[in-house]
Ligand binder design. Structure first.
Ligand SMILES: NC(=O)c1ccc[n+]([C@@H]2O[C@H](COP(=O)([O-])OP(=O)(O)OC[C@H]3O[C@@H](n4cnc5c(N)ncnc54)[C@H](O)[C@@H]3O)[C@@H](O)[C@H]2O)c1
Length: 285
C-alpha cells in the first residue's frame, strides 16, 4: 500500500527557494528542510542568507546558499547551475522573491515609469525568469514542481499599489498557462496567495501606510485606519488591517505558507496543477 502518512513528505527531493532568506521564504525553507528536502536558498541579502544557513544546518538540514540578484537573467542562470552543481538535479522551484521596493502607489497617477519597472522586475520577472531557466531541466527528467508566491492583492483588486496587484495577478495567470503547457511532462505549477504576515515587506508597507494616514484625516479614512491623537505605529497599521480584513482575526505565520508549499511540492499533490490557493484566514471570502 502507498504510504498514507504525512511525515517526511520531501525525503530525497531537492529545491531552489528564491527569496528564501526573507520572512515567508525562511518559513518555507524550514518546513521543506524538516520534511527531508535538500534546499538551495537564493537571495540578494548576504547577511540574511548567512543567518538562515546557520539556523537550518544547526538543525541537521542539508542547506546551500547563493547570493544573486534575481531580477537579472545572468544571475538566474548562475543560480540554477549552482543548484545542479550542488545536488545534481532540481525537483522543486519555489519563487518567493517579491515585495514593494517602491512607494505606495495610491493614487494611481503618482506611479512613474521607474515604479512600474521596479515592481515588474521584482515581482514578475523574477518568477517567469527562474521558471524559464529551470524548465528545460525538469522537462528532461519528466518531473517538476513550481510554486510561486502571489498575494491576495489581485484577488480583491487592491488599489494601494496597482503595479504590485497587476504583477501578482500575472503570476496567477502564468501559473495556469505553464501548468497547461507542461502537464504532459509531469510538471505541476501552482501559486499561493498569502494574507498578511509581519515580515520586512510589511514593516516597509506599514511605515508607508502610517505616513499616508498621518498626512490627512481623509487619507486615514480612505485607508480605513483609526489614529490616536493623529498618530499610528507601523505595527498598529498591520494589526488594524489584519483584524479588519481577516475573518479569523489573527495574523498568519510563515510556516502556514510553508505547510501548503510542502504539500504542493510533494507527491501527495500529484494531481494538483494550475491552482491559485489562498492562505489568508478567510480574507478573500
Ligand atoms: N508579508 C506579507 O504579508 C505577504 C503577503 C502576500 C504576499 N507576500 C509575498 O511573499 C513573498 C515573500 O515576502 P516576505 O513578506 O517574506 O518579504 P521579505 O522582504 O521578508 O522577503 C523577500 C526576500 O526576497 C529577497 N530579495 C529581494 N529582492 C531580491 C532580488 N532582486 N534577488 C534576490 N532576492 C531578492 C529579499 O532579500 C528577502 O529576503 C513575496 O513575493 C511577497 O510579495 C507577502
Amino acid at each position: 500500500m502507498d504510504d498514507l502518512s504525512f511525515s517526511n513528505l520531501l525525503t530525497g527531493k531537492t529545491a531552489i527557494i528564491t527569496g528564501g532568506a526573507g520572512g515567508v521564504g525562511s518559513g518555507i525553507s524550514r518546513v521543506f528542510g524538516s520534511n527531508g528536502c535538500k534546499v538551495l536558498i537564493v537571495d540578494i541579502n548576504a547577511k540574511k542568507l548567512k543567518k538562515i544557513e546557520k539556523e537550518l544546518s544547526d538543525s541537521g538540514i542539508t542547506v546551500k546558499t547563493c547570493k544573486a540578484n534575481l531580477t537579472k537573467t545572468a544571475e538566474m542562470k548562475r543560480a540554477v547551475n549552482f543548484a545542479l552543481d550542488c545536488f545534481g538535479h532540481v525537483d522543486i522551484l519555489v519563487n518567493c522573491v517579491g515585495g514593494l521596493n517602491t512607494k505606495i502607489g495610491l493614487p494611481f497617477t503618482i506611479n512613474n515609469d521607474e515604479d512600474w519597472k521596479l515592481m515588474y522586475e521584482l515581482n514578475f520577472k523574477s518568477m517567469w525568469g527562474m521558471s524559464r531557466e529551470v524548465m528545460p531541466h525538469m522537462v528532461k527528467r519528466k518531473y517538476g514542481k513550481i510554486i510561486s508566491l502571489s498575494s491576495v492583492a489581485p484577488i480583491w483588486n487592491s488599489i494601494n499599489s496597482p503595479h504590485y496587484t497587476v504583477f501578482k495577478g500575472g503570476i496567477n495567470h502564468l501559473t495556469k498557462t505553464l501548468a497547461k503547457e507542461y502537464a504532459k511532462y509531469n510538471i505541476a505549477v501552482n501559486s499561493i496567495c498569502p494574507g498578511y504576515l509581519w515580515t520586512d515587506l510589511w514593516q516597509n508597507l506599514g511605515t508607508q501606510l502610517k505616513e499616508k494616514a498621518e498626512s490627512s484625516p481623509k487619507m486615514a479614512s480612505m485607508l480605513k485606519l483609526k489614529l490616536k491623537k493623529g498618530k499610528i505605529s507601523a505595527f498598529e497599521v498591520f494589526k488594524q488591517r489584519t483584524i479588519a480584513t481577516t475573518p479569523m482575526g489573527i495574523e498568519q505565520m510563515p510556516e502556514d505558507i510553508g505547510n501548503l508549499a510542502c504539500f504542493l511540492a510533494s507527491d501527495k499533490a500529484r494531481y494538483i496543477t494550475g491552482q491559485v490557493i489562498c492562505v489568508d484566514g478567510g480574507a478573500t471570502l
